[in-house]
Design a protein around this ligand. Structure first.
Ligand code: 6PG
Length: 229
């Protein structure tokens, strides 16, 4: 079990992104050496973009790498709110254009049905070589939000499902989502939590009651917290 990881401090967001991209590339290369294939779970929000930009320049054998998302907003990939859109625009380009992408969103009638439709293809990517996560100031990761009706299922480390639908809620999320579960995300050879700002550092270091802390307790493999001001 991983106890609370040390917060790794970097001078700025650019150097934090370099550290994250370097670790991701190294662990993908190790997975490819060992298994002939590798899988990477990206995330949404504003933090991962610079990491994707760096990864897309690296000459890895991306045709042997599968990519999916930790979570998705219940919007089509054409939406500016889509995590898939950000990943396609900033990671699945350049050297990484040939990576195999496993989407969470599909044109199913409802998020629950899209979650069911994505389940097997996502499960096939686990154990994942690397998972990249951000974290909200409420301690959420992926789309596992404090107080949300789907949180209990989402944080059940023995739950057995990989993808769930998350209803919009108060205070979050503003829109319905799809999320990988802790049961899925803890099955990673390396998890990187990429965060910025003092408020988020305080969440990591001073609290132990939020979704992110459940990840730390459940993770069997290394978790790195990469932080910059
Ligand atoms: C999303 C993300 C979400 C994100 C956090 C942190 O779909 O928005 O998956 O979980 O990681 O909200 O977002 P920032 O990186 O923008 O702070």
């Amino acid at each position: 079990m991983t106890s609370r990881p040390e917060v790794e401090v970097y001078p700025d967001a650019e150097q934090a992104a370099v550290a994250a991209a370097t670790a991701i590339a190294d662990w993908l290369a190790a997975g490819l050496d060992e298994n002939g294939r590798a899988s990477f779970v990206g995330t949404g929000g504003s933090s991962p973009g610079p990491v994707y930009d760096l990864l897309a320049t690296l000459p890895l054998p991306w045709e042997q790498i599968s990519v999916t998302l930790s979570d998705e907003r219940w919007v089509p990939p054409t939406s500016p709110d889509s995590n898939e859109r950000q990943l396609r625009e900033r990671l699945l380009v350049g050297e990484a254009a040939g990576a195999a992408f496993v989407p969470l969103w599909s044109d199913a009638p409802a998020a629950e049905e899209a979650a069911e439709a994505a389940e097997l293809a996502v499960a096939d990517l686990f154990p994942a070589d690397v998972v990249l996560l951000g974290m909200g100031e409420d301690g959420h990761f992926a789309s596992l939000f404090p107080g949300n009706p789907a949180l209990e299922e989402g944080l059940d480390p023995l739950g057995g499902s990989f993808v769930i639908a998350v209803p919009a809620g108060e205070p979050a999320p503003a829109m319905e989502r799809l999320s990988l579960t802790l049961y899925a995300l803890k099955q990673a050879f390396l998890t990187i939590v990429l965060i910025r700002g003092e408020a988020k550092r305080r969440i990591i270091e001073d609290r132990d009651d939020l979704p992110i802390h459940a990840l730390f307790r459940a993770a069997d493999m290394p978790v790195r917290v990469i932080w910059s001001p």
